[in-house]
Each structure stands twice: as C-alpha cells, then as structure tokens.
Write a protein that binds this ligand. Structure first.
Ligand code: GMT
Length: 378
C-alpha cells in the first residue's frame, strides 16, 4: 500500500517542541501528497503556510456556566469523530499523551459504533511521561491511552526507558528521533542582523525555551554573567513563560541587563541562530531537546546538561560539552574554553552541523510512513 493517506494530526499549538514536530511532520507529509488535517484549539504556531493538502479544524470549547472547568477533552473527542467521518480519515496521529491520546482512544470507540475503524499513532514527547506521568492523578489515564494506541512512538531512547519505568506498557515502543529540515538551516547567516545583536569583537550566546521551571533559565543568566566578565559577549533569550520575569530580574540584579536581550516568542529562530556561536541548554529534564538540534543545524556549539535525550544528540567534547544539572561552574568554563580557542569553536560548530544533518527530515519521515502504512493495511 503506497497511496496517499488522510491523516488527522492532534497537537498543542503553543510554542514548544511537540507542536513543532507535529507541524513540520504534517507539512512534510502534505508536500508528499498526503492530506493532513490539524486538529487543535488554536492554529499551531509554525503552521504559517498555505497548501491545498493542509486543513485546520479548530476545537471550540463552549463556556457553560455549569462547568467550573471546561471539558476540552470531550470537545476534542467530538471534533475527532466529526473530522474522521466527514474527511474520511485513514488514521489519527496524536502528539502528547493527555488529553490527545486519551481523546483519540475515546473517539476511536465512538467511531466503531458508526462502523468506522481508525488506527491511532501516539507520539510521546517528554513531559507527558517525565512530569505528568509521575502524577498519580493522571497515571491510569495516560497508561490506558498509551496501551490502547495502535502504535506508540517516542522521541529518544531515554524517553523509551522513562516510559517503561513509569508505566506498565503492553505494546512495542518505537523510537523515532526528533528531526529538522536541514535545508531550512542553510544560508541564513545575515551580517546585518548579527550587527544588531553584537559588536565585531563580541560572541553571541543563545537560549530558547518556554521558560518553564525545568529549563532553569536563571542558570543561563548566571553562566552568562561569569562568561561575560571574561569575554566580550551578548546573550539572546528567546521564548516566554513563567520564569522569564525571574530571569529578567536576575539580569538586573547582576547588572548585566544591557548585555541580554529577551526577544519573546519570535518565529525567525533559524535566522537568529545563524548569528549565534554557542547555544546554552541547562535543563533539568529534556526528552530530546529539539531546540538544541535546531541550534546545531545552525552551526552552534552546544553547552548543555547531560540528562534525558540530550546526550543522544550533543556529543561531549565533539559538538559541545555536557554537564550535570546545576553545574554552572563547568558550563561557564566550557563556554570560556571554546570562546578562547576560535579554531576549536569553529571545529565544534562544524561537528554540530554534521551531527544535525543525521537528524534530517528525509531520514525520519519514512519511519513514520512505515508505521502509518503498516496500520492502514491491517
Ligand atoms: O520542552 C518543553 O517543555 C516543551 C515540550 C513539548 O511538549 O512541546 O517539549 C518536549 O518535546 C520536545 C519534542 O519532542 C522535546 O524535544 C523536548 O525535549 C521535550 N521537553 C521535555 O522533555 C522537557
């Protein structure tokens, strides 16, 4: 079976890796001729192209005074049933366990009552397993939804281990790494853009995240303070979230607020990363670290922690350096070492690019398609 499929994709539309992977995968599938239907409560933030093969169905949650908490999962389930019937979907690919996999499993049962059989692929991304998975109030639902999915994929070997450790999984788990479209990261260097961030003799460090607690954004600021006292440099903080204010206040307290720019949820990260030398990711939990892969594809050396899936991506002493969570001293020293040795920095940047090219979309897309075709022929 090699015909074009009609695929329903459920993801979070917000600034974050799981939404990026879902969107980029959907766009790539549409380019190959498949019909892709995104289903979410808002337009996914990277879904900014028009294609006749791409459709977007918004889930609306009516505001009834009776509900203290709006039951989004039920509205999503109804939307999945509706789209599956009217668009004649062949399969559902849901990203993130709750509520997406759980809504899909429910929708699957409802569709069976109409005589429609539709397989579900669930991709686990990280916090659904490493944070929510440890919360007893979610555990039975997550475990059930994963086990009832027809195929399960995870984005790293580390996440596979965590999933098997936290849940009683009765199905095979397929590891399919996060990916980038390497072509998007070619020829983005713009000297004029770079000049807006740094002077000629200054290096540029970058951090991108959703500024949640697990990202340890204040570590980035503390590391930069130490680096900047030794080497002319600037720091870009991209993204937004709960800890942004703490990071901004810390920068003021440390007297380096004029050396750091907080750019918010900017969409041209590939252009900005092309101006950057080192990407800093001090997370305390990271199932893969898609932003690090994007930075590597943009020829950044990576100074990161060694937790979760990051060490499957960032090769210590080759594409960057790995440290224990919270080891600000070591991360600082690693950055200073690289910035003091421009030849070594250049080598690391090229190594990072070479490594990133192994995670190109063209390598990963067939893995998802194999799973889709396998399920659809069953
Ligand atoms: O990092 C986040 O908090 C966002 C989160 C998400 O669900 O969007 O990212 C997770 O999925 C990404 C894509 O698979 C991974 O690259 C991130 O490592 C993972 N985040 C965590 O595990 C904390």
């Amino acid at each position: 079976m090699n015909e074009n499929l009609k695929i329903g994709v459920v993801c979070y539309p917000t600034y974050g890796g799981s939404g990026v992977i879902a969107t980029e995968l959907g766009i790539a599938l549409a380019k190959k001729g498949h019909e892709v239907h995104f289903i979410s409560y808002d337009q996914p933030f990277r879904l900014d192209i028009f294609s006749e093969n791409i459709h977007y169905h918004e889930v609306l949650v009516p505001d009834y005074p009776l509900f203290e908490y709006a039951p989004y999962e039920l509205n999503l389930t109804s939307k999945l049933v509706d789209v599956a019937i009217h668009e004649k979907l062949n399969l559902l690919h849901v990203h993130y366990a709750i509520p997406h996999a759980s809504a899909a499993v429910n929708a699957q049962q409802i569709l069976l009552s109409y005589g429609i059989k539709i397989p579900i692929v669930t991709t686990l991304h990280g916090t659904d397993i490493t944070l929510l998975g440890k919360d007893k109030s979610f555990k039975p639902v997550i475990e059930y939804a994963i086990n009832k999915s027809d195929a399960i994929t995870v984005v790293s070997e580390s996440l596979k281990k965590d999933t098997l450790k936290n849940f009683n999984i009765t199905k095979e788990i397929n590891t399919i790494s996060n990916f980038i479209d390497i072509d998007i990261y070619k020829n983005n260097y713009d000297v004029n853009l770079k000049k807006t961030f740094v002077k000629n003799d200054e290096y540029l460090l970058t951090h991108i995240s959703n500024f949640r607690k697990v990202k340890r954004v204040c570590d980035v600021v503390k590391i930069f303070k130490r680096v900047n006292s030794k080497i002319p440099s600037k720091l870009l903080m991209i993204g937004d979230g709960p800890d942004r204010i703490r990071a901004e206040n810390l920068a003021r307290d440390l007297g380096i607020e004029d050396k750091i720019r907080f750019l918010g949820k900017i969409n041209i990260t590939h252009k900005i990363l092309a101006c950057s030398d080192i990407f800093v990711l001090p997370s305390e939990s990271e199932s893969f670290g898609l932003v690090a892969l994007e930075a590597m594809a943009s020829k950044n050396a990576i100074v990161s922690t060694n937790i979760g899936g990051i060490s499957e991506l960032n090769i210590d002493k080759t594409t960057g350096f790995l440290s224990k969570v919270g080891d600000i001293e070591k991360m600082t020293n690693d950055i200073i070492l690289l910035l003091k040795k421009p030849v070594l920095l250049e080598k690391f940047k090229l190594n990072a690019y070479e490594r990133a090219s192994k995670f190109d979309l063209q390598e990963i897309l067939p893995m998802y398609l194999n799973i889709y075709y396998e399920l659809c022929k069953a």
